[in-house]
Design a protein around this ligand. Structure first.
Ligand code: ZN
Length: 297
């Protein structure tokens, strides 16, 4: 064995109930579930990746666009298209943009947890994971008056400790990992059931295609490029009977031409029969229901 390559620990998930390659039994006979999710990071996206960014108004202004304009344009579109959405919001962002949080809730969308300062998980400091979780919970309670059912970890990273904490704090679901097409349930150390996982993937996220940073420049893709990947993913996941968990950011998908693209995406998705547009908590509850009926049978 190569001495320098460490072996990862045991998987933090167990594929207990769901057969991961079979169509999921969606409620009402739906063929697939589509979650429109928005990681409403605003400025936290920028200062969590580099603390020096707090002193760079130009960089921060990209995030401010998300809080001032983007999130409201996204909400307008959800209203126009009559589609429910899930917003994962860091506590700091909720405190900075309370009007957006108020709109998210009063217009019937779901508010989920996304850290306090959009902290990137470092498994060397497990105590910081709990602190961020608690601070985020306190903010969402203070600003939105709710206790979120769902959590998405910033930057697509998690830890066994975080999954355990989510369970301990009573979260119904997590939506951070990329190891499936249908929901499944985590199994914690010792075999106890953990939260439901709602998997996603970078290919149906707006950031890899359109998040530009001067220090890490990437090409900015055209709408037709993004739409092609997203719709191809959607059509195949539809035929697999899976979950299409689209990850967007108001500061990216709230740009004018991207709003138009999202409208086209929703309209194309609607053309197929049996598409269930759902919030994260509804998808997780559908999983719980299927789990119960499979235990009975
Ligand atoms: Zn984020």
């Amino acid at each position: 064995m190569h001495p320098d390559i460490p072996i990862p620990p045991e998987p933090i998930v167990e594929r207990a109930f769901s057969r991961m390659t079979e169509p999921f039994p969606w409620p009402g006979g739906a063929r697939c579930a589509v979650m429109l999710t928005f990681d409403f990071d605003a400025e936290t996206l920028w200062f969590s990746r580099d603390p020096e960014n707090v002193n760079r108004p130009g960089i921060l202004s990209q995030g401010i666009y998300g809080g001032r304009v983007g999130v409201h344009k996204v909400l307008d579109l959800m209203q126009e298209q009559e589609t429910p959405a899930t917003f994962f919001v860091p506590g700091w962002t909720a405190e900075r943009y309370p009007q957006a949080v108020e709109r998210i809730l009063s217009e019937g969308h779901e508010l989920g947890h996304h850290g306090y300062l959009h902290e990137w998980i470092d498994p060397k400091f497990p105590e910081l994971e709990e602190e961020a979780l608690d601070r985020g919970l306190a903010s969402l309670l203070k600003v939105g008056g709710i206790r979120p059912k769902g959590f998405r970890s910033p930057a697509g990273e998690s830890s066994p400790n975080m999954i355990r904490l989510l369970s301990e704090k009573g979260f119904l679901y997590d939506s951070t990992l990329m190891d499936g097409i249908v929901p499944y349930r985590h199994v914690l150390a010792g075999g106890t059931p953990g939260p439901v996982e709602l998997p996603w993937h970078w290919s149906i996220d707006d950031a890899p295609y359109a998040l530009f940073a001067v220090r890490n420049p990437r090409p900015i893709m055209t709408n037709s490029h993004i739409l092609e990947v997203w719709l191809d993913e959607f059509r195949e996941i539809y035929s697999w009977g899976g979950l299409v968990n689209v990850v967007m950011h108001p500061q990216i998908s709230g740009r004018p031409s991207r709003i138009a693209m999202m409208r086209t995406f929703i309209q194309e998705v609607r053309k197929l029969p049996g598409v269930w547009f759902a919030r994260g908590a509804e998808v997780a509850e559908a999983f719980v229901g299927a789990e119960k009926s499979s235990a009975r049978s």
